[in-house]
Design a binder for this molecule. Structure first.
Ligand code: P6P
Length: 331
């Protein structure tokens, strides 16, 4: 029996569009296309153990990392769901060195979508939750189609941002600047249903830090002092899944502080600014939290290249403030 309060993502997007008289419907269509891609990827991810899609694709992505077949599949699904809609000026993906132009045979539009099609793919074979992350900007260049500069915008310029978490259930979480909204896929009807309206980091937040402590010896003294404080007199617990989308999703729901610091071997950390840090920073800030590179707000960072990395600290505001305070102390 259909409950009266059931709201599909399509219904939600149409209702949201009504609050913007100037809206043309392009954004609504774009989010609907992303939701479709998410359903297709979710189906494959959830069957990964059942069909011969496990294991690596014997190819390497732009970062020299062994490409899992699901990475390749998810990248293609995202591109094919969006490239013909007439809403995009161009795209960019973790799996593609250069920007992805809209084929000449298709009309181009005003939006730019930058995405990580399947983050955490090294977790696929051990059945740990993985995710898709997307960032949406408006085209800034004056030409007919998008160019690199349209992708190299500060996170504060994002029109919207979101992620899909392929976990015990598949969730799509997004913000377009008026709150964070979570939808859970009901596979029996193939619909994303509103399950987490207006997500807010709890206040008081749970005292949990989330970082890979295996790199402790590579950290700065200030970073070492921060984590030592949190695990001793700070009274924090620790949770680290090792899948960015899952770690951030938990942080949104419970509070805490997620960190991927710079270290001696990775002076900019591991995570990417454009399609990991910036979209999640918009979401976390819309949920009442903060996101920093350790020194300044992540949303203020202007990217210089598509795949640049950044240290990142995101979660409950008091804990990000604490991290910046410790990191500002000289060694
Ligand atoms: P580490 C997964 O490989 C990933 O890209 C993110 O999802 C995750 O947060 C991070 O790397 C984990 O990295 O160095 O702790 O294994």
């Amino acid at each position: 029996m259909l409950q009266s309060h059931v709201v599909t993502i399509s219904r939600f997007l149409v209702d949201q569009q009504r609050t913007h008289p100037e809206a043309t419907g392009a954004f609504t269509d774009l989010l609907s296309d992303i939701a479709l891609a998410a359903k297709v990827i979710s189906r494959e991810v959830n069957q990964a153990g059942l069909v011969d899609i496990l294991g690596s694709a014997d190819e390497e992505n732009v970062h020299g990392e062994e490409q899992q077949k699901l990475d390749v599949f998810a990248n293609q699904v995202f591109i094919r769901a969006l490239d013909h809609t007439g809403h995009l000026a161009c795209m960019a993906s973790e799996e593609s060195e250069e920007i992805i132009p809209i084929p000449e045979k298709f009309e181009a539009g005003d939006y730019v979508v930058i995405f990580d099609p399947l983050d955490g793919s090294s977790n696929i074979d051990v059945n740990v939750s993985i995710g898709t992350i997307f960032s949406i900007h408006r085209k800034r260049s004056t030409g007919p189609r998008g160019v690199l500069e349209d992708c190299l915008q500060a996170g504060s310029k994002q029109v919207a941002a979101g992620y899909v978490l392929y976990g015990s259930s598949t969730m799509l979480v997004y913000t377009s600047g008026t709150g964070v909204h979570g939808f859970t896929l009901d596979p029996s009807i193939g619909e994303f249903l509103l399950s987490h309206p207006r997500m807010q980091i709890p206040d008081p937040p749970k005292k949990v830090y989330s970082v890979n402590e295996a790199y402790y010896t590579r950290w700065s003294t200030a970073q070492q002092r921060l984590v030592t404080h949190m695990k001793t007199d700070g009274g924090f617990g620790s949770r680290y899944i090792g899948s960015f989308v899952a770690d951030i999703h938990r942080t949104l729901l419970q509070g805490g502080l997620f960190m991927y610091p710079a270290d001696r071997e990775s002076p900019k950390g591991k995570l990417r600014l454009l399609y990991e840090a910036a979209p999640m920073a918009m979401i976390v800030e819309q949920a009442g939290g903060r996101a920093s590179d350790g020194v300044r707000n992540l949303l203020d960072v202007v990217p210089e290249s598509l795949h640049e990395r950044t240290p990142l600290y995101m979660g409950a505001k008091p804990f990000v403030d604490l991290a910046e305070e410790y990191l500002a102390r000289s060694d």
